[in-house]
Design a protein around this ligand. Structure first.
Ligand code: ADP
Ligand code: 5GP
Length: 220
């Protein structure tokens, strides 16, 4: 018996203000470690320069998105600053069954919905060290207009109210430290007894069998 037995993967939700560095941190985490699968969401927002269909998002019209909702294809969905976003359920379950830790990079309403449906999901909130730094990163990314940036800063203030509903808060100050902290945090979740039910069951069974065998040996 080894501890290498394949568990089902963990469902990890990473939320955080727009511009906190979620995309950057996840990209780096996936480059470094192969235990992760990233869920690709559907959205009605338009692609940013450089974003690719099926890689960053599945870009949908409102009609197409609503049809996915009606067919029950989404694990959760929510609106964020004028657009709809949702997580296709099939990929998540496929990857969890294959033993991958699946990362959902989603906003708070969706995160809380997933937690209701899957209480074993780990909720992590990523924040920059300060609001000033958030504004600097949003502006520095150069992908949004001033108007969108100010809408996202307002939304950040709303989201901050829900930060304490998350299991963990992770500060993205130094990128390298943040990526390693995230990886260690997820690894440690694998040791939760609630996640090791199969292992617990097996070791109990093995101990009973071994003790029976030993008792039989002694008798003979
Ligand atoms: P999000 O996905 O949360 O909206 P991004 O990953 O797009 O955020 O990051 C927003 C901007 O902040 C990007 O320009 C990115 O390069 C920068 N950034 C991310 N992490 C850090 C960090 N630890 N230190 C400095 N800049 C960062
Ligand atoms: P962006 O437009 O910057 O890519 O994403 C805006 C917000 O939508 C981010 O907070 C991101 O985490 C969130 N988001 C992306 N995909 C999903 C999803 O499938 N469901 C939910 N609820 N939020 C999502």
């Amino acid at each position: 018996m080894t501890d290498q037995k394949k568990d089902r993967g963990l469902l990890v939700i990473l939320s955080g203000f727009s511009g906190a560095g979620k995309g950057t941190v996840i990209r780096e985490l996936m480059n470094r470690y192969d235990q992760y699968a990233l869920s690709v969401s559907a959205t009605t927002r338009k692609p940013r320069p450089g974003e690719k269909e099926g890689v960053n998002y599945f870009f949908k019209t409102e009609e197409e998105f609503n049809a996915m909702v009606e067919r029950g294809e989404l694990l959760e969905h929510a609106r964020y600053v004028d657009h709809a976003y949702g997580t296709p359920a099939a990929y998540v379950d496929e990857q969890l069954s294959a033993g991958k830790d699946v990362i959902l990079e989603i906003e708070i309403q969706g995160a809380l919905r997933v937690k209701e449906k899957r209480p074993d999901a780990v909720l992590i909130f990523l924040t920059p060290p300060s609001a000033e730094e958030l504004k600097r990163r949003l502006t520095g990314r150069g992908t949004e207009t001033e108007e969108v940036i100010s809408a996202r800063m307002k939304r950040a203030a709303e989201e901050a109210r829900g930060m304490d509903r998350y299991d963990y808060i992770l500060v993205n100050d130094d990128l390298d430290t943040c990526v390693e902290d995230l990886h260690q945090l997820i690894r440690s979740q694998h040791c939760l007894s609630s996640h090791r039910k199969e292992l617990i069951h097996e070791i109990r069974q093995e101990l009973v069998s071994l003790n029976e065998a030993l008792a039989t040996d002694k008798e003979n």
